[in-house]
Ligand binder design. Structure first.
Ligand code: ACO
Length: 398
């Protein structure tokens, strides 16, 4: 149970709201969520419509700049991203020097943080041109950084960005090189990555976006703020859940525990059912419906059924038939089915959250930029409810 308390302290009235469950810290025009009805809209457009009608780049433009791009605007945006996709040679050397078996989220956060050092002509939050330049650099370079970190982890040479390819195609090529599936399967995978990125593009004041805003509220530059968002995303209660779901499915399969016994362990609070539950969605997560549809399209093949997908379907059905989960309004969230899709595409488990970061980047950028223009903008500085000792006599003072 979350307790919301109004407290009268020495500095006046404050509200104690653990986890900010009832606290709005800003006004925003970016994303609308109705958690009870399962509605999610970016800039007013339902995600279901964007999923069918738009590419990830169009959605990124919409989230960042507020309107769907006209064809000319999209081309200009896409051209700028192609032109800026390279990273400086010494940044490549820096990435290559980091521990190759380190978790990619830790390495991505570090690399993003250093962008401020490589591009100190785009770190001034008061200069709109610099913020715009940093926006393009972040969007353009994150796929290059992520792919290089992945190639290092498997001991392969990096692949330079190819300006003739579109955003998602370029990322999968820099990641998998010639091992990328081609033909019909390649096209299906490309579309699937694009759709997954769209569905992750923003989600109002989730933990990582709130972090970006908090860090940015001190007038820290956009690279530092977004590196902090990457770190916040890495935790298993947030973006790291997509990795945790796959590890959970692997464990259930490998240990041979029955689904019923596993759910008993969840109910006994020994483990959490990863990929279930959400602070805001208390009915269903509309992203999870879309992603389940995608997983069905890719993995539910009579000729070659995917073992982990089948296990996930059974686990979901068993949980939804159990009053422990329905009474607490626990339903599959965005992370429940993403992992099985990524694994089928050949991404290693520890790269899943990096893919989430690629998708969430436009949202982080949009919130950082919106905050700069908010007339109510001021440094984030929550209060606390002090429960420590009253004044104590220092030893030796009589
Ligand atoms: N498995 C089992 N029980 C759960 C789960 C779960 N996944 N999630 C919540 N509960 C239970 C809690 O134990 C609590 O029960 P109680 O009232 O008997 O004590 C009740 O449901 C309410 O849960 P809270 O922890 O208060 O919910 P909160 O809003 O703080 O947490 C969160 C939301 C972090 C997403 C949680 O549901 C969770 O840990 N889920 C698993 C991790 C996960 O999938 N995270 C991804 C979220 S989506 C995203 O960030 C992209």
């Amino acid at each position: 149970t979350i307790e919301l308390k109004t407290l009268l302290g020495s500095t006046g009235m404050t509200t104690l709201d653990p986890g900010f469950g009832n606290t709005a810290s800003c006004s925003s025009k970016i994303t609308y969520i109705d958690g009870a009805a399962g509605i999610l809209r970016y800039r007013g457009y339902p995600i279901q419509d964007l999923a069918v009608g738009s590419s990830f780049l169009e959605v990124a433009y919409l989230v960042i700049y507020g309107e769907l791009p006209e064809p000319g605007q999209l081309k200009e945006f896409s051209d700028k991203l192609r032109e800026n996709a390279d990273i400086p040679d010494d940044m490549g050397t820096f990435i290559d020097a980091m521990p190759r078996n380190g978790h990619p989220m830790s390495l991505v956060a570090s690399a993003v943080n250093t962008l401020a050092a490589y591009y100190d002509d785009s770190v001034d939050p008061d200069d709109e041109n610099q913020v715009e330049l940093a926006t393009i650099r972040l969007m353009a370079k994150l796929p290059t950084i992520a792919a290089r970190i992945y190639r290092n982890s498997i001991g392969e040479q990096p692949i330079a960005p190819d300006p003739s390819l579109d955003y998602v195609e370029n990322f999968t090529r820099m990641t998998f090189g010639d091992a990328r599936p081609d033909g019909e399967l390649g096209e299906l995978f490309g579309k699937a990555v694009d759709l997954l990125l769209i569905l992750h593009a923003d989600h109002e004041l989730n933990c990582s976006t709130a972090t970006v805003r908090v860090v940015g509220s001190s007038q820290a530059d956009i690279f530092a703020s977004i590196a902090s968002g990457v770190n916040a995303l890495s935790g298993p209660s947030h973006g790291g859940a997509n990795q945790a779901v796959l590890e959970m499915l692997d464990e259930i399969r490998d240990s041979g525990v029955s689904i019923e016994d596993f759910l008993e362990r969840v109910k006994n609070r020994e483990v959490r059912l990863m990929g279930f539950g959400h602070r805001v969605y208390k009915n269903f997560d509309p992203r999870s419906k879309e992603i389940k549809g995608l997983a069905t399209q890719i993995l539910d093949r009579d000729d070659n059924p995917d073992e982990l997908f089948e296990l996930a379907l059974k686990l979901e059905a068993a949980a939804l038939a159990d009053s422990y989960f329905t009474e607490r309004k626990l339903y599959p969230n965005v992370d429940f089915y993403t992992g099985v899709i990524y694994r089928a595409m050949g991404f290693p488990t520890n790269m899943f959250t990096v893919l989430f970061a690629l998708g969430r980047l436009p949202g982080w950028i949009a919130h950082y930029r919106e905050q700069l223009h908010d007339p109510a903008f001021r440094i984030a500085r929550p209060r606390q409810h002090y429960i420590g000792a009253n004044e104590r006599r220092y030893p030796g003072q009589g």
